[in-house]
Design a protein around this ligand. Structure first.
Ligand SMILES: [Zn+2]
Ligand SMILES: [Zn+2]
Length: 265
């Protein structure tokens, strides 16, 4: 138990986290790379089993966040309330009037599996289904691999579930990070969020170049999710990826992570 639990926890954490960063975010929401459907489902399953909800819902809401970043129609900008930015927006029961997957996520609504997980756009039903499938997955782990593996998987999934909602808040609070690019929104790069999310904390970079499969641009901006996409590309599992890594356009960008640590502390 003592050594098996942490090893299993780290492996499940990495799989579930990348299910969100690579699957839900960089693939479904932004189409920043192309891969066979089987590879797509592998990552989406990893995100879904972390109680992340319907993939159509996630991608549609995230695209709306990019369309209206830190403006009144943004579903979760901290400018309009921290609690709503963190989790309040999830407790609605249906899409707001200006957000509609049929128009804004046409590329996903044709997939019968995603359609089933979407439950006709009824948020409560979709989350209940995700909860039932997530719990049953751990029961299977319990039956086939024992209590330690099942608990490690459950603990990793619950923690991973919290990380993207934390990112929505923290990475849009300018005091907590730095900008490489003068975007019109409040997005900032936050090193410890990047550490927890496998590279998603370089959020100002991401808002400046949302279509890029790579989010960490500077030498110290470690981006494990991009390294994984690159690994899949070199092994033939990814056929195409869009990659950007331009120089910062703001003089306020720190020269190194250590400078950032001292200026934001
Ligand atoms: Zn954002
Ligand atoms: Zn995004």
């Amino acid at each position: 138990m003592l050594t098996k639990f942490p090893i299993a926890f780290i492996l499940f954490y990495a799989w579930h986290m990348m299910g969100i960063t690579i699957g839900y975010h960089r693939l479904l929401s932004h189409r920043s790379f192309k891969c066979p459907k089987l590879v797509e489902y592998f990552w989406i399953l990893a995100g879904y089993l972390a109680f992340e909800g319907s993939p159509i819902w996630w991608a549609t809401m995230h695209r709306a966040h990019h369309r209206h970043t830190d403006q009144p129609l943004d579903p979760h900008s901290p400018r309009y309330g921290w609690m709503n930015a963190y989790a309040g927006w999830i407790f609605h029961t249906q899409y707001p009037a200006h957000i509609n997957p049929i128009d804004q996520a046409k590329d996903l609504t044709d997939d019968p599996i995603y359609q089933f997980l979407e439950q006709d756009g009824k948020w409560e039903k979709a989350f209940t289904l995700a909860l039932i499938i997530g719990v049953n997955f751990r029961i299977l782990l319990l039956l086939f691999f024992g209590r330690t593996i099942a608990l490690a998987s459950l603990a990793a999934a619950i923690i991973v579930q919290q990380v993207p909602v934390l990112l929505n808040l923290v990475c849009h609070l300018p005091k907590l990070g730095y900008k490489n690019y003068e975007t019109a929104d409040d997005s900032v790069n936050v090193w410890w969020v990047a550490l927890l999310t496998g590279g998603e904390g370089w959020h100002n970079n991401h808002h400046a170049f949302p279509g890029s499969a790579r989010s960490g641009f500077r030498p110290f901006e470690l981006d494990p999710s991009w390294l994984m996409i690159r690994l899949m590309k070199s092994s033939g599992l990814v056929s195409w990826m869009h990659e950007e890594s331009p120089s910062p356009n703001t003089k306020k960008a720190p020269a190194s992570l250590f400078e950032n640590l001292t200026t934001t502390a």
